[in-house]
Design a binder for this molecule. Structure first.
Ligand code: ADP
Length: 334
């Protein structure tokens, strides 16, 4: 597992739960989504009825699960957690739906990964608060409609485009989460440092924020490694020196690139003169699977403007040459 991976890991699960903000007012960043969601929830609270179903979309580690829990807390309702991959058969979903209590929040992580039949059952349930339970098999099977109490689905997806339109349309409110700026990440880090009961300096938190790839999950993980370093080799305080040394130890550079990201950039510039070079050739030259390079390293490099995907292959941009302290050779295509 990479230290800069925005996806969850088991080890993170427990610590992450402790660092989650519990209420909307404690949730730094994403001002648009926060205000919109705040309005939707407050109106529902005043009406005394469940709000529209909520869809949260955006890359991993930006706070979708956290916001789902906040929705339940703000509505003072229990939350049931499930995920697309966990629901493979319509029957799995029927049993979850039929056990919901009135007003309960059903959090559906990775909702785009649900099976088709389950999807159809879900959108009918979201619209009419009803499921058809199939009794029996073969020609004698009959569908018995079962009324459900009103409930709220909070769906999370990294790929809103993959949701079929009928399902997407059942969500009355969609919030799009975007990468955080450094100032918001610093606020998150200051709060996390408090919860972890470590003293910290502002410049150290700013340094960690800069290397966190716009992602709170990464920021919190880097903070924990800097804390470790400070407790073992330093005074226990998260200061700038501890941040520099710990992040150097874990190979996270000034802009949050790790060993693999840099190997890809380095190969692209030094070995292939800045490209264009095919993805699989690039992957072989850094000794990785094509898929790993494409899904793990490349998205951030592309987003930050170090690599461009062209029909003829990958190209290094001037920023890539600059980051490696190299000058592009005459004739390099950038
Ligand atoms: P996602 O579901 O989008 O992958 P999570 O909600 O699980 O992301 O967030 C990952 C980690 O980042 C959690 O530990 C959470 O506390 C933290 N986090 C995410 N967004 C924020 C935020 N706005 N403020 C504070 N912590 C956050």
């Amino acid at each position: 597992a990479r230290i800069v991976d925005a996806g969850s890991t088991d080890d993170d699960g427990v610590v992450e739960a402790a660092l989650r903000p519990r209420r909307l007012a404690d949730f730094p960043g994403q001002p648009k989504v926060r205000d919109q969601l705040g309005l939707v929830l407050e109106a529902a609270r005043r009406r005394g009825s469940p709000p529209d179903h909520v869809l949260l979309s955006g890359p991993p580690g930006l706070g979708k699960t956290t916001l789902a829990m906040i929705v339940a807390a703000e509505l003072e309702q229990p939350i049931r957690v499930t995920s697309g991959p966990a629901i493979q058969h319509a029957g799995d979903l029927a049993s979850v739906l039929s056990s919901l209590t009135e007003g309960e929040v059903l959090f559906f992580d990775e909702i785009h990964r649900m099976s088709r039949p389950a999807e159809e059952m879900l959108y009918l349930a979201m619209e009419d608060f009803r499921v058809d339970v199939i009794v029996g098999k073969g020609p004698g099977a009959t569908a018995i409609p079962l009324e459900l109490p009103p409930f709220t689905v909070v769906g999370a997806t990294t790929r809103a485009g993959l949701l079929p339109a009928p399902l997407r349309d059942r969500f009355g409110f969609t919030g799009h989460l975007d990468f955080y700026d450094d100032a918001d990440l610093e606020k998150i880090l200051a709060r996390s440092a408090g919860l972890l009961e470590v003293e910290s300096d502002g410049d150290a938190l700013a340094e960690i924020a800069r290397r966190s790839r716009g992602t709170p999950r990464v920021a919190n993980r880097l903070l924990r490694r800097v804390r470790d370093w400070a407790q073992v080799h330093g005074t226990g305080r998260v200061g700038l020196d501890a941040a520099h040394r710990a992040l150097a130890l874990f190979d996270v550079d000034e802009i949050g690139l790790d060993r693999l990201d840099r190997a890809v950039l380095d190969a692209l510039c030094r070995r292939f003169g800045g490209g264009p070079v095919g993805l699989s050739t690039l992957a072989v030259s850094v000794g990785e699977e094509t898929d790993t390079v494409e899904t793990v390293a490349e998205p951030y490099l592309v987003r930050q403007g170090y690599i461009v995907r062209s029909p003829r292959g990958r190209l290094a941009t001037p920023a890539a040459w600059q980051h490696l302290d190299l000058s592009p050779p005459a004739g390099a295509q950038t």
